[in-house]
Structures are given as structure tokens and as C-alpha cells.
Write a protein that binds this ligand. Structure first.
Ligand SMILES: C[C@@]1(CC(=O)O)c2cc3[nH]c(cc4nc(cc5[nH]c(cc(n2)[C@H]1CCC(=O)O)[C@@](C)(CC(=O)O)[C@@H]5CCC(=O)O)C(CC(=O)O)=C4CCC(=O)O)c(CCC(=O)O)c3CC(=O)O
Ligand SMILES: NC(=O)C1=CN([C@@H]2O[C@H](COP(=O)(O)OP(=O)(O)OC[C@H]3O[C@@H](n4cnc5c(N)ncnc54)[C@H](O)[C@@H]3O)[C@@H](O)[C@H]2O)C=CC1
Length: 218
């Protein structure tokens, strides 16, 4: 059967205005994802059925407008979640958003929106995102659990070091050829095993600088 092939991207939502219509279980899950990413979250819903959302609204971690959806709620939004328990309304919200060029996720019918969520596993900067393109999110969940065993917490320290080394090489080494040589060596370093064995001490800037100086030759 034909289906849409989604384009996987990682969105930077920090400081961006993200709207959620509805205040139930799905709204809660999406709000927490967005808040963790530093987004500015606005919920429009006559009631907040989720207790977590009630606390977040009370403490002003997110903005709550306690009434039903109106089309002008979309003004200025970067993206919107149509997460009410009224699937006709969710479709209408997605249409309104699309006509304004605003990204829309539809909880009751993923295919009607412009984006869907994968299930996500994080290890610091490592993000593994798994999706069945709407076939059955439980399968994505089960695959994530298997990957969690395969990719341990050591990736966080490892990618932190990799990030700092790559940044410093890009900043400090002018020759593209030397940069390439250094990066080859960085990727070949077996820091992961060292972290797994225990006793790894995160490298400071001096140690990274010294390593860069000493590894420029073939
Ligand atoms: C298309 C998509 C759109 C989107 O939400 O972006 C979508 C749509 C729908 N989900 C439905 C049901 C459930 N969704 C979950 C859970 C998750 N759903 C997520 C993503 C997606 N769900 C996108 C596709 C992702 C993919 O294909 O991989 C996860 C991965 C991420 C997240 O939500 O953050 C998160 C798991 C996090 C984790 O545990 O790892 C559970 C389980 C639970 O609640 O615990 C159930 C009940 C069990 C069941 O029905 O399978 C229904 C039917 C509603 C109805 O019956 O009315 C629809 C509507 C439809 O199918 O179109
Ligand atoms: N995408 C996903 O992962 C999942 C999607 N679903 C679907 O998502 C829908 C929502 O699920 P839940 O969050 O569990 O529902 P829920 O019943 O917990 O919450 C629905 C919320 O929508 C609000 N609402 C109703 N009419 C509104 C309006 N006119 N304007 C603004 N808000 C309005 C209600 O006040 C309530 O806060 C379900 O109907 C189901 O089809 C369900 C489970 C998972």
C-alpha cells in the first residue's frame, strides 16, 4: 500500500511559540517534550484534564488559555498540536494551520498533519528517533527499548568530548587537509571503551589543545 515517506529532521524549538489545542494525556506528552526543548508553550483548552499540565499552568511554566479553540489562536505560532478529543475539530485545526504555513501535528489522525513524532531515545547529544510512520507506535516503543540496551550512558561523555574536539579543530586549524586528518584520528579514538571500563576523566581544553598540536602529522 502506498504511504507518505516522511522527511526526518530535528527541530530547534528553543524560544519558539508552540501551540497545543487540548489539555489531556496527549497534550501533556507533547507539552513535556516541547518544554524540555526550551520552547514557549501555549495551551488552549477549556479544561486541563492532565494534573501535570495543571501544575505547569499554575506555576506559569506554560501559558494556558481556558476556552475553546479559535482560529486566531494560531497567530504567530511556529507549530501547533491538534490534540483535542474531537477528531473533526482536530482536522479543522490542521487545515487552518496549513493555510497559514504553520506546522501541524494531529493526534487523532497522524496522516492529516504536516508532521508526526517518533519515539525518542537520548544519550546526551545522541538522539535516536524511531518511527513506524503511523503504522503502530507500540512497535517504535519496543524497538527503542532494545536500542536502550545497545547504546548505554557512555555515549553522553563520548559525544561531549567529540563535540568539543570538533569545535576546537574547526576553530583553530586553518588547513582543510590537516583538519580532515585530525578528524579521522578523532573518530578512530576508542574513547567509548575507555569510558565503559570506568575511570575516564573528561578532557579539559588544555588536553584537547595539546592533542591537536601533537596529531597534525600523518
Ligand atoms: C502518527 C502519530 C502522530 C503523532 O502523535 O505524532 C501517532 C498517532 C496515533 N497514536 C495513537 C495511539 C497511541 N499512541 C501512543 C504513543 C505514542 N505515539 C507516538 C507517536 C505517534 N502517534 C505518531 C506515529 C509514530 C509512529 O508510527 O511510530 C509516540 C511514539 C511519540 C509521542 O507521542 O510523543 C508515543 C510513544 C512514546 C513511547 O512510549 O515510546 C500510544 C501508547 C500510549 O499512549 O502509551 C497509543 C495507544 C495504543 C495504540 O493505539 O497503538 C493513535 C490512535 C488514537 C485513537 O485510537 O483514537 C493515533 C492516531 C493515528 O494512528 O493516526
Ligand atoms: N497521537 C497519540 O500519540 C495519541 C493520540 N490519541 C488521540 O488523541 C486524542 C486526544 O487524546 P487525549 O489527550 O487522551 O484526550 P483527553 O480526553 O484526555 O483530552 C482532550 C482535551 O481536549 C480538550 N478539548 C475538547 N474540545 C476542545 C476545543 N473545542 N478546544 C480546545 N480544547 C478542547 C478537552 O478539554 C481535553 O482537555 C484522542 O481523541 C485520540 O484520538 C490517543 C492516544 C495517543
Amino acid at each position: 500500500m502506498a504511504y507518505d515517506e516522511y522527511v526526518p529532521v530535528l527541530l530547534n524549538c528553543r524560544g519558539r511559540s508552540c501551540l497545543i489545542i487540548g489539555g489531556g494525556k496527549v497534550a501533556e506528552r507533547k507539552a513535556l517534550t516541547l518544554l524540555n526543548a526550551g520552547a514557549s508553550v501555549h495551551i488552549v483548552s477549556p479544561v486541563l484534564r492532565s494534573e501535570a499540565l495543571q501544575h505547569l499552568a499554575k506555576s506559569k511554566v506554560l501559558q494556558w488559555t481556558d476556552r475553546k479553540y479559535r482560529p486566531n489562536d494560531l497567530d504567530g505560532a511556529f507549530l501547533v498540536h491538534a490534540a483535542t478529543d474531537d477528531s473533526q475539530l482536530n482536522m479543522k485545526i490542521a487545515e487552518d494551520a496549513d493555510s497559514l504555513g504553520i506546522l501541524a501535528n494531529v493526534a487523532s489522525n497522524g496522516e492529516a498533519g504536516t508532521f508526526i513524532y517518533p519515539t525518542v531515545m537520548r544519550r546526551g547529544r545522541l538522539t535516536l528517533a524511531i518511527s513506524t510512520s503511523g503504522a503502530g507506535p507500540k512497535v517504535s516503543h519496543d524497538i527503542r527499548e532494545r536500542l536502550e540496551e545497545q547504546f548505554g550512558p557512555e555515549y553522553e561523555d563520548y559525544l561531549d568530548l567529540l563535540y568539543r574536539m570538533r569545535s576546537m579543530i574547526r576553530e583553530e586549524v586553518e588547513s582543510a587537509e590537516v583538519r580532515r586528518r585530525l578528524l579521522d584520528k578523532v573518530y578512530r579514538m576508542d574513547v567509548l571503551s575507555e569510558i565503559r571500563r570506568g575511570g575516564y576523566v573528561p578532557w579539559n581544553s588544555d588536553k584537547i589543545k595539546l592533542w591537536i598540536e601533537n596529531n597534525q602529522e600523518e
